[in-house]
Design a protein around this ligand. Structure first.
Ligand SMILES: [Fe+2]
Length: 406
C-alpha cells in the first residue's frame, strides 16, 4: 500500500461521514402488519395513480405470492401491469425491459415486490423514467438521476418478501452488467422508496436456511453502521433495536416459519437495519461479500455470515466499546466482564447463530489465485465507507486465508 494512502483515505472517509449530516431526510410512509399488502391499491389510489407497474421475479409468480395483491387490485377496479422477469441479481436488460413495459402500458408508478432485486429494479426504472436518455448502464455511480436538478420520480412502492436486504429503505440499487460480469451501484436520494409495505404473511414460506442467511444480512446492516465512524444518535437507536429484535426472534422463525408474530418482528428489524445502512453506511463485511458472492455465485447472506465475525475480530480494539454495548443490548454480558470480554461475547453470539443455523464459516470455493482481484475490489468499493480501521492487502489476504479454512 502507498505510504500516504491510509491518512488520505481516513481524511476522505471523515469528510464523507460528516457530509451524511446534511443529507436531506428521506421519509417513507410505512404500512405494516399481517395482510397489509391488500391495502396497497387504496394507498396507490390515494396518490392519484392510475396504473402501477408491478416488478417481481418468476419464482414469486410461480409460488403465487402475489395472489392477494392481484385480488386486491381487481377488487378495487385498479388497472396494473406486471414485469416478472427479474433475475436474482438484476441486470441492465431487466431494467430496460421493465422500463419499456412501463412506457408501453402507460404506467405511472412502480411496485417493487420481492427481495432486494425486485425493489432495486423498481428504483432504477423510476430513475429511467425521468432520465429517458440514460440507459441503466449509465446511471451507475452517484446522483446521476438528481443532477443537474432534482425531478419528481414516479412514486415507488416497496414490498419486501424477505427480512434481510433493507432495500425498501435505501437510496441505492445494485445492478449486474452481465456482459462484463460486474456489479455496480446506482446511488441517488431520489430512488428512495416513497411507500413501504411490511406484510409478514409474505415471508411465512421462507425456508429455514434462507430465513437465517437473510437475517444475517440484516444483522450486518445494523452492526456495521453501529461500529463505523458515521453512526449517530439516530442510527444508533435503530441499530440497537434491530439487533435486539433479530437476536430475539431468529430462533422462533427458524424453527417455526409460520410464527407470524416473530416474522413481523424480523421484518421490522430488517427495515430498521436498512435505515441504519442508509444513514451510517457499511464497513468491510459488505465489500468482501459482494466480491466473493459475485465471483463464486454464493448467496449474499451466506457469505456475510462467514465474513462478519472475522472482520469484527480484525477491527479489534477500535470497535470494542461499541460491540461491548451491543453485547449488553442482547444480554450476553457476564458479570465482571471487561469491554474486551463483552465485545468477544458479542462476536461469539454471532458465531453461535452461524453454528445454530448451518451457516458455514469457511468458504471452500475461494481460490488463492483470485485473492489479488478480490483485494482490489474490496479496496475500491470501500473508499467512501466509514470503516473503523483501514485494511491493507495483507489484512485482506489474512481474512481470505481464514475463510478458506487455512
Ligand atoms: Fe447486505
Amino acid at each position: 500500500m502507498v505510504p500516504l494512502r491510509k491518512p488520505f483515505l481516513r481524511m476522505f472517509k471523515t469528510v464523507m461521514a460528516y457530509s451524511l449530516y446534511i443529507v436531506p431526510s428521506q421519509e417513507s410512509t410505512v404500512v405494516e402488519g399481517p395482510g397489509s399488502v391488500t391495502k396497497l391499491p387504496g394507498l396507490i389510489g390515494s396518490q392519484g395513480i392510475r396504473k402501477p407497474l408491478v416488478i417481481t421475479d418468476p419464482m414469486l409468480m410461480k409460488l403465487r405470492l402475489l395472489k392477494s395483491l392481484f385480488k386486491a387490485f381487481d377488487a378495487a377496479g385498479m388497472a396494473y401491469a406486471v414485469y416478472d422477469g427479474v433475475q436474482p441479481n438484476p441486470t441492465i436488460e431487466n431494467i430496460e425491459e421493465a422500463y419499456a413495459l412501463y412506457l408501453k402500458e402507460g404506467c405511472d408508478a412502480l411496485v417493487g415486490f420481492g427481495g432486494g432485486s425486485s425493489m432495486d429494479t423498481a428504483k432504477v426504472v423510476a430513475g429511467r423514467v425521468v432520465k429517458p436518455k440514460l440507459t441503466a448502464d449509465r446511471l451507475g455511480g452517484y446522483f446521476k438521476i438528481m443532477l443537474p436538478f432534482p425531478r419528481r420520480l414516479p412514486r415507488i412502492f416497496a414490498v419486501p418478501t424477505t427480512a434481510g436486504t433493507g432495500a425498501e429503505t435505501t437510496s441505492a440499487a445494485v445492478v449486474t452488467d452481465a456482459r462484463k460480469n460486474v456489479k455496480y451501484t446506482v446511488n441517488d436520494f431520489l430512488i428512495h422508496p416513497h411507500f413501504i409495505v411490511l406484510d409478514p404473511e409474505l415471508t411465512l414460506g421462507l425456508p429455514p436456511f434462507f430465513t437465517a442467511i437473510t437475517a444475517m444480512d440484516a444483522l450486518s446492516h445494523a452492526t456495521e453502521g453501529y461500529i463505523g465512524t458515521a453512526h449517530c444518535r439516530f442510527s444508533d437507536r435503530y441499530s440497537e433495536e434491530a439487533v435486539k429484535m433479530l437476536f430475539g426472534n431468529i430462533d422462533r422463525v427458524y424453527k417455526k416459519g409460520k410464527d407470524i408474530e416473530a416474522r413481523g418482528r424480523m421484518l421490522t428489524a430488517s427495515y430498521y437495519a436498512g435505515v441504519v445502512l442508509n444513514r451510517a453506511l457499511t464497513g468491510y463485511v459488505h465489500p468482501f461479500a459482494h466480491k466473493i458472492g459475485g465471483l463464486y455465485h454464493l448467496p449474499h447472506g451466506r457469505v456475510i455470515g462467514a465474513v462478519m465475525p472475522l472482520v469484527f475480530e480484525y477491527y479489534g480494539a477500535s470497535v470494542q466499546r461499541r460491540l461491548a454495548r451491543l453485547a449488553d443490548v442482547i444480554g450476553v454480558s457476564g458479570a465482571g466482564m471487561d469491554e474486551a470480554g463483552r465485545a468477544a461475547a458479542f462476536i461469539g453470539a454471532v458465531r453461535g447463530l452461524n453454528r445454530s443455523y448451518g451457516i458455514d464459516e469457511t468458504i471452500p470455493e475461494l481460490r488463492e489465485e483470485d485473492f489479488t482481484e478480490i483485494a482490489a475490489a474490496i479496496h475500491r468499493e470501500c473508499i467512501p465507507y466509514p470503516v473503523p480501521k483501514i485494511m491493507d492487502d495483507g489484512d485482506i489476504f489474512a481474512i481470505l486465508r481464514r475463510l478458506k479454512g487455512e
